[in-house]
Design a protein around this ligand. Sequence first.
Ligand code: ATP
Ligand code: MG
Length: 222
Amino acid sequence: MAAPRMFKLCLLGAPGSGKGTIASRIARDFKLKHLASGDLLRAQVLSKTELGNSANQFMQAGKLVPDELVVGLMLAELTKVRTTPWILDGFPRTREQAEVLHKEEKLDFVVSLEVPDDVIIDRIKGRWTHLPSGRIYHTEFKPPEVPGKDDITGDDLVQREDDKPESVRKRLEMYRAKTHPLKEFYDVLGILRVFHGTESNVIYPRVHNFLKDLIPAYGGPF
Ligand code: ATP
Ligand code: MG
């Protein structure tokens, strides 16, 4: 029997589209390593690395971190997981990032989530984060057991600066301008699959079904 192949997946979706939730579920169910650029950047910010310090000002302002910083970080992470199938969440986000990635790694599939902007804005308003782990709660949809505290560590939760309404609007505009065009890039390569919806719990079973049929061709579930 042939050795299992690597499987390389990328998830595209606007901020608040449920990308993180869906990527975590995919990673769990198909045993893929979950690489979220936002979480990796926040870890750099927290440990006050040079990269983290440079990235922080852009993240606070709801802007994209410059391509060369993000590309350097993500390609370094990818070299650490050469033998593990993975899913990218939040990267690439620009044409330049997609082109550099494409030179280094050929994605097998790109899943794009399409969620209406008004649904997203409502959702992000109630979102609270446990910064060290990236765990996310929602005052309405997924409240923590103790208000304002992380379920696992009991640490304080915070509302990310970039989850405040003004930043969210900017991030959505940026997504439409910079990241949405990546769909075209991957469509031309014949590896794009789009899922429309408003709730992760409804979208995810459809994504799962799709991957369940696709992944065996790559030697998985892994
Ligand atoms: P959500 O997590 O709700 O999907 P999001 O995707 O905008 O929202 P993260 O992915 O956590 O949030 O990213 C947080 C911030 O990190 C972004 O607003 C941006 O400043 C920076 N960032 C993350 N990934 C990239 C990237 N690929 N290129 C440039 N900046 C990035
Ligand atoms: Mg994210």
